[in-house]
Design a binder for this molecule. Structure first.
Ligand code: ZN
Ligand code: ZN
Length: 144
């Protein structure tokens, strides 16, 4: 593991899915990573374009509603959290609880997105050919 990200959530953050049955809260002061856009095939397939996500220290994250939160085993090491009622992508995490320190939260799940700013693109080697990245942000061939 790369260890915890170095920035922190300045205030309590909340978010969830479109129907409100899956909700999360991140307490102020929780370690938090940059917002990245993932260009991988899996994110493309699951979102119909690309997914933007940040990661937070799991110790600062609480699932405040999780009756419809479902974890899809998306690879042999990770799983994706989505709402089985409305279909929103909410989260990504390592499957092994002993191996993970952080949990990814999708940008679209944030109640207040004003504090988010996209910083880079990852897995650009897997980007579909139907669009170009034109925002000038740093691009990484696979994970950052
Ligand atoms: Zn929902
Ligand atoms: Zn991806």
């Amino acid at each position: 593991m790369a260890g915890l990200p170095t920035r922190v959530a300045a205030e309590t953050l909340t978010g969830g899915c479109a129907c409100g049955s899956a909700r999360w809260r991140v307490k102020a002061g929780t370690a938090m990573a940059a917002l990245v856009a993932c260009q991988c095939r899996q994110c493309n397939q699951m979102s119909s374009h690309l997914l933007a996500a940040t990661s937070v220290a799991e110790t600062g994250l609480t699932w405040t509603r999780e009756e419809t939160l479902t974890w899809f085993e998306s690879s042999d090491f990770a799983e994706r959290g989505f709402c089985r009622a409305c279909g929103c992508n909410i989260s990504w995490r390592l499957s092994d609880p002993d191996a993970r320190e952080t949990v990814a939260l999708m940008a679209g799940s944030f109640d207040d997105q004003s504090g988010l700013r996209l910083e880079r693109h990852i897995f650009v080697d897997y980007k579909p050919g139907y669009y170009a990245i034109t925002d000038g942000l740093p691009q990484f061939p696979d994970s950052d």
